[in-house]
Design a protein around this ligand. Structure first.
Ligand SMILES: [Zn+2]
Length: 83
């Protein structure tokens, strides 16, 4: 037999997101979800120029569009272009 008691548990949640590119706060939709961003987390490995550093980046959609327009090769997949 098990008897249960109610306990309080603390958890971590994202309180705010700011775009690393332009500094703009990322707004929430009517359901409280943040608008889409590009989120990248990268831990640089041994022999890289940033060995041991951890980078966390969020880009708003406007900054993402500006960034990918600088690429030599588009990140847009062929599958998406068929639609
Ligand atoms: Zn931005």
């Amino acid at each position: 037999m098990r008897q249960y008691k109610i306990i309080s548990v603390q958890k971590e949640e994202v309180a705010s997101i700011h775009c690393n590119g332009c500094g703009t706060p990322i707004p929430r939709d009517k359901h409280g979800n943040f608008e889409e961003t590009l989120h990248i987390e990268k831990e640089w490995g041994y022999l890289s120029k940033r060995d041991g550093e951890i980078h966390s980046i969020d880009l708003c959609q406007n900054c993402y569009e500006k960034w990918i327009n600088t690429f030599a090769i588009s990140p847009v997949s062929a599958y998406k272009n068929k639609e």
